[in-house]
Design a protein around this ligand. Structure first.
Ligand SMILES: [Zn+2]
Length: 244
């Protein structure tokens, strides 16, 4: 009888462990939006379908106010789908502290347009969409541009990276960004072969102790409903928080 009780106790313990594991595996992310309109219904439908991810949304101008009050701390990762330029010196310091502590950051699509005049952000994301012409190494560079609804062939540049592993080259209909500035230090995950698009479609970067991902794709429902797009984002969230 004692042996039987031990037998059931063992399985009860296993069950408890499984429950704890499923509770612990819920990832809490903060989604930062604002400054650019988007297909909200399809965007949040995509997040609702993400397995094991719970999200809280903060919209500018509240986002940087939340950051400065320490409100980003409790999240496992922060995902940016915003386009914002207004920032105070104390908010800049809070951003820098976030990276010093190693918070994982995922930047999507138009978030690369944010903070046009703040070079810390350029180095953080690993690139910039320039609203106007600019000078780099003494040479005038063209402004960035965009083209909607292009059928694009995306190729996997690093087939061994945890984010892209097992994902084949794919086509996606989406908006292309052209003439992006991309920093030399980034690690390319995806390339875009369309002549109107910048050659790099996705990369990783590091800043302070933070892992960073930028994914240029993601204008509307056509991207949000693409299985590879969803998978790349879900993996990016786990990679930036050192769980992949
Ligand atoms: Zn767009």
């Amino acid at each position: 009888m004692i042996r039987l009780c031990l037998f059931f106790a063992f399985f009860a313990m296993l069950d408890l462990n499984a429950q704890n594991e499923s509770q612990n595996s819920k990832v809490n992310i903060l989604l930062v939006i604002g400054g650019h309109s988007f297909d909200t219904l399809a965007f949040f439908q995509m997040w609702d379908q993400m397995p094991n991810i719970e999200y809280t949304v903060v919209k500018h101008p509240k986002a940087n106010e939340l950051l400065i009050s320490g409100g980003f701390e409790k999240y496992d990762a922060i995902v940016f789908y915003d386009m914002w330029n207004k920032i105070t010196d104390s908010q800049k310091t809070a951003w820098q502290n976030l990276v010093k502590k190693g918070k994982g950051l995922v930047f999507l699509h138009h978030s690369i347009v944010s903070y046009q005049n703040w070079d810390f952000y350029l180095n953080l994301v690993g690139g910039r969409y320039h609203d106007s012409t600019y000078i780099k190494n003494g040479v005038k560079q063209p402004a960035s541009d965009y083209t909607h609804d292009l059928e694009m062939h995306i190729t996997v540049a690093d087939k061994n990276h945890p984010i892209t592993k097992g994902i084949d080259d794919f086509t996606i209909e989406d908006e292309a960004y052209g003439n992006l500035e991309v920093m030399d230090q980034v690690h390319t995950l995806l390339n875009n072969n369309h002549p109107k698009a910048s050659p790099m479609a996705m990369w990783t970067n590091e800043s302070g102790k933070s892992r960073i991902v930028y994914l240029a794709l993601g204008h509307d429902a056509k991207a949000f409903q693409n299985q590879n797009y969803k998978l790349l984002i879900a993996r990016s969230v786990n990679w930036v928080r050192h769980k992949l």
